[in-house]
Every structure is written in C-alpha cells, then in structure tokens.
Design a protein around this ligand. Structure first.
Ligand SMILES: NC(=O)c1ccc[n+]([C@@H]2O[C@H](COP(=O)([O-])OP(=O)(O)OC[C@H]3O[C@@H](n4cnc5c(N)ncnc54)[C@H](OP(=O)(O)O)[C@@H]3O)[C@@H](O)[C@H]2O)c1
Length: 300
C-alpha cells in the first residue's frame, strides 16, 4: 500500500498515453530476462522472478513488456502468477508472430498467417488471464512470406473484434511503419535503440512525428570495453554530476529525446530495477543530451 506521502517511486517519471487511452509511467519493465538460459524455459529462481515483478508494480511501474516467445509462454505465465488479479492501471504489452524451433538461437522464424496470429493473441490473453490484450505487437515482420500489408490488416481486424485494444509493431523499418500507419492506427513501436545503437533513429523520429509511443528495447545498454571508451568519457562526467550511474544517464537520455519515449529496461535484480526507475527522475540539460546524441551520427 502507498499513501500520498509514500507514492511509488515511478510516479515522478512522467507519463505517456498509448493509443489515446492507456496512460502509463515512462519507465516500463521488460520481463524477457525472467526466463531460462537463452530466453528458453523458466527462470531458475521462481521466487526471485515473482519478487522482481511484484517489486516493479509496487514501485509504480505500470507497463510490462513480454512476448509469447519468451520461454516460450513461460514469461506470460509467470506474469500472471506474480501479478494476477492485475491492478486496474497495469498495461501488459505482449507480442506474437515470432517463433523458435528450440533453445538454439539459430532456429528462429516468424509466422504471419492470419489465423496463427489470431490464435496467438487468444492464447496470450488466456495465459495472462485477460479477456483481451491492451497492446499487441507484431514481434517481427521479417522471416515470413505473408506480405506485411496483410499482416497489418490482420492486426486491424483483431482490434476491430476487441481481441486486442491497440496495435504495436516491433522491429519494423521506418518504411514499414509508414506503410502500416497508412493502413490503420498504430499505437506504439518498439525497436532496438540506445546510446550506442542508432540504426533505428529513423523509426524513432517517425514515431515522434506520428505522435505514437516509441519503446526502445535494450534501452540502457552501454558499449563494452574498447568501443566503450568514448562513451564513458562523455557519459561518465554527466553521471558523476547527477550522482547517477552511466546506465541511468543512458535511460534519462532516452526520456529527453521525445515526450512519448517509453524505455523498457529489463533486470533480474531489485536493486537494478530501482536504479532504472530512479533514472526517470534525472533531467538532463540540452547540452548534456546533445553530447550523448552526437556520440554517433544518426542518418536523416
Ligand atoms: N521486441 C524485441 O524484439 C525485443 C528484443 C529484446 C528485448 N526486448 C524487450 O526489451 C526488454 C529489455 O531488454 P533486456 O531484458 O535485455 O534488458 P536490458 O535493459 O537491455 O538490460 C538487461 C541487462 O542489463 C543488466 N542491468 C539492468 N539494469 C541494470 C542496472 N541498473 N545496472 C546495471 N546493470 C543492469 C541486467 O542484469 P541484471 O539482471 O543483473 O540487472 C542484464 O544483464 C526485454 O525485457 C524485452 O521485454 C524486445
């Protein structure tokens, strides 16, 4: 329980509204890591995994990102076990259409078949214990022989039927996002984007122009040794000035970029969870943000 004087830590982070009616705080939680090795099977310490999910919600996180392929299925089942019955304001975003032939990362594929996707959304809702999915992402448009326009049409039908409330797209190009926006309403887009990985900058900019939520994955990731020297030379002093970690600065930078950016950092640690939430309270000034943005030239 929280009171007015003990509000959850995430409440100061500001909010974004998904699809015009689902308002969530700007630091979400990505649950993918709460699975077995290589995102296959159950997380080995179930009590810890349940504890991290409950801590996230207790501390004010109200957007959780998952997918049917995480486990597969075990991640959605875990979320239900940890959090059902859900708080009214909790939004669970899940994804479908991406499949794995086994624990080896090499066995990856995708299915764009209309009935497969509808069945996948029904099964995600069943596993999550919900009668519909608030935000349903197509996990990837790659590796399927179904035309992208047809898949978007299927998602639009799923929304019209009430099976899903809002449509999201994951791992799309800017051209694909533009194509989809011409077909139907898209509420959110999620792609890899962080201080070191900028290939999807055009998607971020288009999402901003279109007024839709941009949810970067691996949002706080920093480059490792070697390549990381330049980043740490720039981000290190900014972190010191804010009494923050470099990773927190990387998240604060995401929030600075656009008002509808919704990072979904993942962690298996409550201490890291708290640090990630606290990053939402860090306000970079324009010069600090620019110094990080210009570390890598972004294509226009
Ligand atoms: N749409 C897609 O195709 C796609 C692909 C990948 C991921 N995602 C989504 O994006 C989410 C985020 O990705 P991710 O789960 O890989 O998480 P992440 O935010 O990229 O980082 C996770 C890694 O960073 C560490 N970490 C997290 N917070 C930290 C902190 N404050 N300080 C130091 N280390 C920290 C974690 O270790 P600890 O566990 O020890 O904290 C873990 O090793 C996923 O959960 C998933 O929901 C989507």
């Amino acid at each position: 329980m929280t009171t007015a004087t003990q509000e959850p830590a995430a409440q100061g982070t500001g909010t974004v509204t998904i699809g015009g009616d689902l308002t969530v705080r700007r630091i979400g939680y990505g649950a993918m890591r709460l699975t077995g090795p290589r995102v296959w099977g159950d997380y080995p310490d179930r009590a810890r995994a349940v504890g991290v999910l409950r801590a996230a919600v207790e501390r004010g996180v109200n957007l959780i990102d998952t997918a049917d392929v995480y486990g597969p299925h075990t991640n959605e089942e875990l979320i239900r076990e940890a959090l059902h019955p859900y708080p009214d304001d909790l939004v669970i975003a899940t994804k479908g259409g991406f499949v794995r032939g086994g624990p080896d990362y090499a066995d990856l594929g995708a299915v764009g078949n209309r009935n497969y996707l509808r069945q996948a959304a029904h099964m995600s809702a069943r596993r999550l214990g919900q009668d519909h999915i608030d935000l349903y992402y197509l996990h990837t448009p790659a590796m399927t022989d179904v035309p992208f326009e047809d898949i978007v049409g299927t998602l639009a039908d799923m929304r019209r039927s009430g099976l899903i409330r809002h449509i999201g797209l994951s791992n799309v190009s800017a051209d694909q996002l533009r194509t989809a926006l011409a077909i139907t309403d898209i509420a959110a887009v999620t792609v890899q984007y962080n201080v070191a990985v900028r290939e999807n900058a055009a998607v971020r900019r288009l999402a901003d122009e279109a007024g839709i939520v941009f949810s970067p994955w691996h949002p706080g990731e920093l480059p490792g040794e070697g390549d990381g020297d330049l980043f740490h030379a720039v981000i290190g002093p900014i972190a010191a000035a804010h009494h923050a970690t470099p990773r927190q600065i990387a998240l604060a930078w995401q929030l600075h970029l656009a008002p509808r950016t919704l990072p979904i950092p993942g962690t298996t640690s409550i201490r890291h969870l708290q640090e990630n939430i606290d990053a939402g309270h860090i306000h970079l000034d324009a010069d600090e943000a620019e110094a990080i943005t210009t570390l890598i030239p972004e294509e226009h």
